[in-house]
Write a protein that binds this ligand. Structure first.
Ligand code: C5P
Length: 215
């Protein structure tokens, strides 16, 4: 396998993380969930009693250790919000940029996040933008956390939280969540994870680096 860089961007709970893990495994590529970087910064800010919106978090981003990404408390609702807030700070994004580029330098990578195809790897070999309606994403997120279907009230609360985070991510001035012009759109509302993977593998198989290899 030639060093292939695959960028997968999209909003929360659209299925990009599941796709990224499966794709990396299929292709034998390293995988980085870049959301974990922002989650770890947000988590450490909360632990230090600092304000994720008002206080500069770039010192925390600069001293992030690999073990910080393995904490088991990165997916709590308060960390969802803290991550989005620190991610809106330009100095935090700058502090994390080279680390993300270095990750893919040696062997290529599948990287998922919000700005991989637009800012981290604007020249990525393959760019996918994975999305779904806020309703479908709220249902999925609830099922992930609780293992059963949500009530209508629970859906509407989660949907509001997801939309609030979409808004922070899309409205920020630096590296906002947006589809790169050359990203291929995959809408996952009516697709199973296996169908999403099949679609992505089909896109990868047609890439010149892959077809040249098979010649
Ligand atoms: O993907 P995940 O939901 O874990 O990301 C947490 C938060 O980190 C996002 O809401 C977003 O604000 C931020 N993020 C980002 N850029 C990335 C990945 C995540 O701004 N490449």
């Amino acid at each position: 396998m030639k060093a292939l860089i695959i960028a997968i961007d999209g909003p929360a709970a659209a299925g990009k993380g599941t796709l990224a893990v499966a794709l990396a495994q299929h292709l034998g590529l390293p995988h980085l969930d870049t959301g974990l970087l922002y989650r770890a910064v947000g988590r450490l800010m909360l632990l230090e009693g600092r304000d994720c919106e008002g206080d500069d978090a770039s010192d925390v981003a600069a001293r992030l250790q690999p073990s910080d990404l393995k904490r088991d408390d990165l997916r709590l609702p308060e960390v969802d919000r803290a991550a989005s807030l620190v991610a809106a700070q330009p100095a935090v994004r700058a502090a994390l940029l080279q680390r993300q580029r270095d990750f893919a330098a040696a062997h290529g990578a599948v990287m998922d996040g919000r700005d991989i195809g637009t800012a981290v790897f604007p020249d990525a070999d393959i760019k996918l933008f994975v999305t779904a309606s806020a309703h479908a994403r709220a249902v999925r997120r609830y099922q992930q956390y609780h293992g059963h279907d949500p009530s209508a009230a629970e859906i509407s609360q989660l949907k509001a939280e997801i939309e609030a985070r979409d808004h922070i991510d899309s409205a920020r001035s630096v590296s906002p969540l947006k589809r790169a012009e050359d990203a291929i759109l995959i809408e996952t509302d009516d697709l199973t994870p296996d169908q999403v993977l099949a679609r992505a593998l089909d896109i990868v198989a047609r890439h010149p680096k892959m077809t040249a290899e098979n010649r």
